[in-house]
Design a protein around this ligand. Sequence first.
Ligand SMILES: Nc1ncnc2c1ncn2[C@@H]1O[C@H](COP(=O)(O)OP(=O)(O)OP(=O)(O)O)[C@@H](O)[C@H]1O
Ligand SMILES: [Mg+2]
Length: 252
Amino acid sequence: MIRLTQLTKRYGGFTAVNGINLEVPRGELFGFLGPNGAGKTTTLRMIAGILRPTSGTVEIGGIDLAADPIGAKTKLGFIPDRPFIYEKLTGAEFLRFVAGLYDQEGAVVEHRARELLALFDLEEWRDELVESYSHGMRQKLIISSAFVHRPEVIVVDEPMVGLDPKAARILKDLFREYTNRGHTIMMSTHTLEVAETLCDRIAIIQGGVIRASGSMQELRSSAEAGLTGLEQIFLRLTGDDAARALVDVLDA
Ligand SMILES: Nc1ncnc2c1ncn2[C@@H]1O[C@H](COP(=O)(O)OP(=O)(O)OP(=O)(O)O)[C@@H](O)[C@H]1O
Ligand SMILES: [Mg+2]
């Protein structure tokens, strides 16, 4: 459903994403992990069609994003890490607005919006301006906006940040259920426990390169003997002795 081929992004002389090849089949919940600055957001923004790749291709449901941007983006919902919402819209208006961008309107959209707001305990806020929303409430509204047009593929950049435990639980259930019904979700996260327990497959990116990918079982079997948890595997791949090295410097 998502296919990346030799996907590369350079900022001037700096290569943020370096020839990534990745496939996420339909119905999969895919976790995209990596340290700060690894290239996750850059990759997800290229998939969402917000950032133009330096080279390589993005295909969504077999449609080449560069050749047919509208066709590819119609299949896609994107939840950015730093979302923009019009402050002067109400929650209900914002969802209506986003659905409208995808040429959807009417009773079905109103019904979905109502159900999404109810799911996230935002019913009482539906007619309040977004400027009065808390950080977590905005996050829940943004998440709702990615579902309101019922896209085949959802790309999410760190969806859990700022959510309370109940909302995080609802989000995980929603992602799982949505992919169980044949939709596809690719999410970046720093919450390894979420990736380990929720995702069908995982890729670990570092320095713009995929260091490992596969199911938890596959990651375990290709990791060094004795490394079983995702945290151990992640830290071994991406460097787990930085704090010790620093204390060596401090003590020197
Ligand atoms: N507009 C830009 N211009 C120059 N460099 C950029 C730009 N955007 C990102 N970068 C660089 O590209 C690299 C990858 O950044 P990116 O935001 O994709 O990382 P990330 O994996 O999402 O990190 P984090 O976990 O901190 O969100 C970083 O080194 C960053 O400094
Ligand atoms: Mg990021």
